[in-house]
Design a protein around this ligand. Structure first.
Ligand code: ZDP
Length: 277
């Protein structure tokens, strides 16, 4: 039996496992997929492992609910910070230094909220990755190739790929058809997370999320950061704004040092023992 704790951040929900006794996740990606199944498993948008690290005090890895591995997870890292506090892991400077496949991420407690230094946004084609423009190029409000050319995308990596599409009316977005088509569009060799964004005003953006490997979720923390960066680069938002996701708001702040900070909630839901086969 494997002890786990279920957390959610704005309705983006995760199974968290204390994996500090061994360097590799104790579940295979196929087992993680089963655990995330809402009928045959616990249910979740992903499984997050707290791992030992060689270069930082802690490390994390995340599997999406289709079994694929993501580099990072903004809502998940807030959940992980609360989980670590629950495990009585001492903080340094009010937070934790966590190595991820998107680099060093530092969540800090701010009352019951968690503020996370999500690092630098990356814009170059090879960093996304995308084949839409040559190496070194950026994709700022450019059309996708036909038959999807009615969508202009801005591409931002927060360690994981995000395609941001600005729309006039969020209600007119056909998320379940457009989301997967853009996620797996040939311009994105590693697929992409997809966000449709309506700008209510320069400090308030409203979003519908289609997550790579997880489908329509209630929130995406890395996505909210990518959305704010995309909106600033397209002169649609200020560098500090509220990104309203279906599950609730995140405060995003693109600092002068170029790092993006995300503030939002995370909550423990239940603990249990997982039997795996
Ligand atoms: O990049 C991906 O494959 C995402 N599905 C990872 C999960 C991102 C997440 N929603 C977030 O909050 O950043 C957890």
């Amino acid at each position: 039996m494997i002890p786990f704790t279920k957390y959610q951040g704005l309705g983006n929900d995760f199974v968290l496992i204390d994996n500090r006794t061994q360097p590799e996740p104790m579940l295979s990606s196929e087992q993680a997929r089963q655990v995330c199944d809402r009928n045959f498993g616990i249910g979740g948008d992903g499984v997050i492992f707290l791992l030992p690290s060689t270069s930082q005090p802690h490390a994390m890895r995340i599997f999406n609910n289709d079994g694929s591995e993501a580099q990072m997870c903004g809502n998940g890292i807030r959940c992980l910070a609360k989980f670590m506090r629950e495990l009585n892991i001492p903080t340094e400077d009010g937070g934790y230094s966590i190595e991820t496949k998107a680099g060093l991420i530092v969540p800090r407690f701010d009352g019951e909220q968690v503020t996370v230094d999500m690092g630098l946004p990356r814009l170059r084609a090879e960093e996304i990755p995308t084949t839409l423009v040559p190496k070194g190029g950026k994709v700022l409000n450019l059309p996708l190739p036909a038959p999807w050319s009615r969508f202009n995308v801005t591409l931002v990596s927060m360690g994981n790929p995000h395609a941001v599409i600005f729309v006039d009316d969020l209600n007119a977005v056909d998320l379940v058809n457009w989301g997967p088509a853009i996620e797996s569009h040939p311009a994105f060799p590693e697929r992409t997370n997809v966000h449709f964004v309506q700008v209510l005003n320069p400090t308030h953006l409203k979003v519908k999320v289609w997550e790579r490997g997880a489908g329509p979720t209630l929130a995406c923390g890395t996505g909210a950061c990518a959305i704010l960066v995309a909106a600033v680069l397209n002169q649609k938002a200020e560098k500090r704004a509220t990104v309203e996701l279906p599950g609730g708001p995140l405060e995003i702040d693109w600092h002068d040092n170029d790092h993006v900070f995300m503030t939002g909630p995370a909550q423990k839901v239940f603990v249990g023992q997982l039997s795996v086969s």
